[in-house]
Design a protein around this ligand. Structure first.
Ligand SMILES: NC(=O)c1ccc[n+]([C@@H]2O[C@H](COP(=O)([O-])OP(=O)(O)OC[C@H]3O[C@@H](n4cnc5c(N)ncnc54)[C@H](O)[C@@H]3O)[C@@H](O)[C@H]2O)c1
Length: 351
């Protein structure tokens, strides 16, 4: 199979889990790929994905081999695999709005000169730019989308900045005849998906939900940035997505709430659901989900990267809706979970 050549923007926890996952699954046969939703997708195995370039701003990562940079502080994701040298050196990109009030004390800006990002993308033969910048880095995310356009790369936006779901940006990728997908990646064991599935199950069984919330706390740098800059936008995205699971209006709140440093990369999500069932008798669910944040993105990222490669091979352009609805919380058009599954299934199997 041809390699899927990916450039990473932001060598944080999520990038670390992805790179470690590529090593972990790279040597395993299809049947040994436990923990992946799709060991093979469109004929591609995870070993067909290759990281060919990486960009960051932190002095503990820039200038280092990627195999070393992914373990540098403040990354705190669990060690999942031992890595050989990758021969991919992390380049410095422009800082722009990469740091917020809280994270500027955590990230140490590198003194290295800035790389010519578009040139690095071209020389590395990258075909997909994967945006893993902090969620508050809206301008920087747009700047990297611009670099993808200049370099003829597809763009995957895992962050909650609006690129694929923004009609203007989607049109620019369409005009450049390149695919774009996003925004805000869905986790493998996602609190939003779990919440929606529970609500749907209850409402299908005739329970009338009156109020529900889902709030979570985490200890990664991303949770700190969220606390500072993107709590509201993330809450709006999640709440809208959860509301769509019920066929009627209810009081819904869903989103991140706090940063707890000793949790490291762990995330605790709390769910509370109240409703009435037979003869207006009340029922309540109080539940907690504990996950490690970055590995939770891995399986969906592997699927999305392989699907975008398929989009490139099929010469699709603009926002690729079946991939957006399958892999992201804020696609251009929100659809029901079953519809997203169906659309993605058709996309993967069509010739
Ligand atoms: N489960 C998940 O991890 C998950 C799920 C959904 C969405 N996401 C999104 O993925 C993104 C990355 O999450 P993370 O946990 O890896 O965050 P992180 O804070 O660990 O990593 C961000 C990285 O970007 C770097 N950076 C900051 N500004 C930069 C710039 N201008 N140029 C280049 N690099 C820069 C930082 O130094 C850091 O290494 C976030 O936007 C998050 O919302 C993650």
């Amino acid at each position: 199979m041809p390699k899927i050549k990916v450039a990473l923007v932001g060598v944080g926890n999520c990038a670390s889990a992805l790179v470690q996952g590529l090593q972990y699954y790279g040597t395993r046969s299809k049947d040994e790929c436990v923990g992946l939703r799709n060991p093979l997708l469109g004929g591609f195995h995870p070993k067909d994905i290759e990281v060919v370039a990486a960009f960051d701003i932190d002095g503990r990562k820039v200038g280092k081999d990627m195999s070393e940079a992914i373990f540098a502080e403040p990354n705190n994701v669990t060690r999942l695999a031992d890595l050989p040298l990758s021969n991919v050196v992390v380049h410095k990109g422009p800082v722009l709005d990469g740091l917020g009030e809280y994270t500027k004390h955590v990230v140490q800006i590198s003194g290295h000169p800035e790389a010519n990002v578009a040139l690095v993308l071209k020389e590395s033969n990258a075909e997909i730019v994967l945006n893993l910048l902090p969620s508050g880095a809206v301008n920087a995310s747009q700047w990297y989308a611009e670099q993808a356009l200049i370099s003829g790369c597809a763009f995957v936006n895992a962050t909650p900045s609006f690129i694929a779901s923004d009609a203007g940006w989607a049109q620019r990728f369409e005009m450049a005849e390149l695919p774009v997908v996003g925004d805000d990646l869905i986790d493998q064991v996602g609190s939003t998906t779990l919440h929606k599935t529970l609500l749907r199950l209850l409402s299908q069984n005739g329970v009338h939900i009156t109020e529900t919330y889902q709030l979570d706390v985490g200890g990664g740098t991303e949770s700190l940035d969220t606390l500072d800059r993107t709590k509201d936008v993330k809450r709006a995205i999640k709440t809208k997505s959860v509301e769509a699971a019920l066929p009627y209006a209810a009081a819904v709140v869903a989103g991140s709430t706090d940063y707890v440093d000793f949790l490291q990369n762990r995330r605790d999500s709390y769910f509370w659901i109240r409703g009435v069932h037979f003869c207006n008798v009340p029922m309540q669910i109080d539940m907690k989900l504990s996950t490690v944040d970055a590995p939770n993105a891995g399986s969906v990222l592997l699927d999305v990267l392989r699907a975008v490669k398929m989009a490139l091979e099929r010469k699709l352009k603009g926002a690729v809706e079946p991939v957006c609805v399958y892999g992201f919380k804020h696609p251009p058009h929100l659809v029901a979970l079953e519809t997203a599954e169906k659309l993605f299934g058709q996309f993967v199997t069509e010739e």
